[in-house]
Design a protein around this ligand. Structure first.
Ligand SMILES: [Zn+2]
Length: 65
């Protein structure tokens, strides 16, 4: 098996800092602000996450009829 090599374009995107290995700069799903997030993170702050959770429960649970 050939040794896995990281493609050049991927290297150039990556930040040189080791500790940022798993962090990606992404837009927050709520406020749209760019923030460094982990692989499964979608919100820049706890507040945004709480907002998202609230919106989510509204969308799935409480519905006006
Ligand atoms: Zn946010």
């Amino acid at each position: 098996m050939a040794k896995f090599e990281i493609p050049e374009y991927y290297k150039s995107i990556k930040k040189p800092k080791q500790e940022e290995e798993n962090m990606t700069e992404r837009n927050c799903f709520i406020c749209g602000k760019k923030a460094k997030m982990g692989k499964f993170q979608r919100y820049c702050t706890i507040q945004c996450r709480n907002t998202a959770t609230r919106l989510d429960s509204v969308a799935h649970g409480l519905r006006f009829r």
